[in-house]
Design a protein around this ligand. Sequence first.
Ligand SMILES: *Cc1c(COP(=O)(O)O)cnc(C)c1O
Length: 338
Amino acid sequence: MDLDWQNLGFNIMKTDYNVRCVFKDGKWGKLEASTDDHIPIHIGATCLHYGQQSFEGLKAYRGADDRIRLFRHNENAKRLRRSAKGILLAEVPEELFMEAVEKVVLLNKRFIPPYGTGASLYIRPLLIGTGPEVGVRPAREYTFLIFVMPVGPYFKSGFKPVDMVICRDHDRAAPHGTGHLKVGGNYAASMVSIAEAHKNGFATTVYLDAKEKKYIDECGPANFFGIKENTYVTPRSDSILPSITNMSLQALAGEMGMKVDIRPVPVTELTTFEEAGACGTAAVITSIRKIVDQEMNIVYTFGDGFKPGPVTTRLYETLVGIQNGDLEDSFGWTKILD
Ligand SMILES: *Cc1c(COP(=O)(O)O)cnc(C)c1O
């Protein structure tokens, strides 16, 4: 495959195959491969009208040994089931999910970026209500599909610290809402505020808890963490999406001898962090240089403002090293595909 691997963005690209499976008459059908990147669906499909959809995001990496590695895809399988439960989609059994991920990656092997490019194969599972309903009720038919595309690092600036802005006039999720599920509705709710943040020169928005506007929830589509006094601090909140990257960083921080503190994090505590970052599959870690609170007229800054701090860097390098096979995977997180 002759692609400009070094300069891939985070963009849709047609690859050879996607895989699909339909839930009908109370059961999942056969998992099939398709070369078509369209799906014919009924105009009354519940995913189109009532947001009955959930998705996942994960990556496949090629190692120095040229082998293909998946990272904790069993966790994505579990999370998709939780999302399905939360908005009454047909649940995809974990074995079917993992089989589908492995199948679609192997079918698109030639699109997996070579080792050393920083690029990887992004895997996007999608679960949608495709049965028609006009009343508000769950569909009787669902489609589970996965497509893939090679991607570069999420943030074009690479592993350079970015600026974020605290959002006080929008919420992405309500208390007791769907913030803890990976569903498109949360993304729809975040579009205006993230677009506004971009327009004002910020990488993304920092959401606060919707009720009191006192605690940090998330950074756009990524979890927040702060580092201070040898402690990894990350918010506990019912309205944030449990990030697999975050879970992994917590384990690594523990292994490095740091304390891990998962609890509500007041905005005012931002003054005390030595380092701060956002984490998720797409960018792994985005180091934060400053967080601006325009309404309160406060700017929180972290580190020297030019490069990520030492703990952030070490966490990042360790996680990426495990993902691409450079470092030993003592946690058993990776699965080698070939
Ligand atoms: C997907 C997602 C994340 C990151 O989760 P990972 O499993 O680490 O990729 C964080 N926040 C939101 C809102 C998400 O949708």
